[in-house]
Design a protein around this ligand. Sequence first.
Ligand SMILES: Nc1ncnc2c1ncn2[C@@H]1O[C@H](COP(=O)(O)OP(=O)(O)OP(=O)(O)O)[C@@H](O)[C@H]1O
Ligand SMILES: [Mg+2]
Length: 392
Amino acid sequence: MRIMLYTGKGGVGKTSISAATGIQSAKRGLKTLMMSTDPAHSLGDSLGIKLSSEPTEIMENLWAQEINTTYEMEKGWGKIQKYITLLFTSKTVDDITVEELTMFPGMEDLMSLLKVLEYYKENKYDVIIIDCAPTGETLAMLSFPDMLGWWMEKLFPIKRKVLKVVRPMAQPLLGIPLPTDDIMGELGNVLEQLDEMRQILSNRDITSVRIVVNPEKMVIKEAQRSFTYLNLYDYNVDAVMVNRVIPDNVSDPYFQVWKDIQRKYKTMIEDSFAPLPIYYAPLFEQEMVGLEMLKRMGDTLFQGDNNPVSVKFSLRTQHIEKQDNEYIFALHVPFADKKDLSLNHKGDELIVRAGSAKRNITLPRTLTHLTILGAKFEEDILKIRFGGSTHE
Ligand SMILES: Nc1ncnc2c1ncn2[C@@H]1O[C@H](COP(=O)(O)OP(=O)(O)OP(=O)(O)O)[C@@H](O)[C@H]1O
Ligand SMILES: [Mg+2]
């Protein structure tokens, strides 16, 4: 099975490109499911078809679904949720409502992840395409299996086995109701599923993330940042989709300046994401609504590519390692010309130049206040040593 996630800043075209990819995939005979995990669903609007929380058949080989988190949560989390409610109501919490407390951060994303796992196990589809909520939330969703494990350990520090022994004593002492065995069982079950999900999401032969951008400064900045963090979490980003490019044949003088600006930002996109493959979709003369328009979009986006759903790239382009008090930031930069290496570091921005090649990178937060101590190329990997701290 293949799992693809489309992510990017609000409004860049994630839903349209997800749907366009889904249609291309189905047309090639692959059983494809498109899922929207954004609570502000718009997949149905984009397709021009009313969707529900169960997969609806759109055309041959294509299904679409909008995850209903409340429903999924009641189905899968009933006991745990009741317990947490009990836990919090047993303490006096006046200023926050119980409903709010029982909503873990990122609960919706979690539900979506578990749903994907369910489909993965059933093996009913060849391809699952996930239309994500705007960038921030997606990153939270992808780090969720890790985060939840941590959170759960804090909330349920007493291991299940010990619990049987301590319950009679601990309950009055702690003044909180302790989870019963069936709740602990259910919890263990959820954690196990999340662990499985994490493995599927980080398997580079199965899952990849595609970043959608527009040729605009703020959009690209945000995309660079999420690219960095996706790499850090070791998720595979296999392509960048540039949407809303003004076509060459538009000659209206009004758009001339726009075209120049877009040209500049197209270069910035290449500098930021090479060696990832980059796909382009034009700004169409109308909205992307309905199967016909979305098919047109997919045809243009993937022209010359006979398998839009294959993994397009699978190397990890950045990672950090800690060595004593220093960090090694390793970058995959297959620059042909490795002469005259220069590094320009300011805040979270890093510009790498070697010969005529250039790369723009957003540094992870850990490194922004450190100084570059040295750098060297080993094969196609540039290893930059960070340490000390700047005086900013
Ligand atoms: N290349 C394009 N040409 C013309 N219109 C487009 C193009 N791409 C997207 N649109 C239109 O722009 C709007 C936003 O697109 P879309 O819903 O796909 O973005 P999104 O990234 O999913 O947004 P959100 O962050 O709100 O989920 C829609 O009305 C869509 O039809
Ligand atoms: Mg959307």
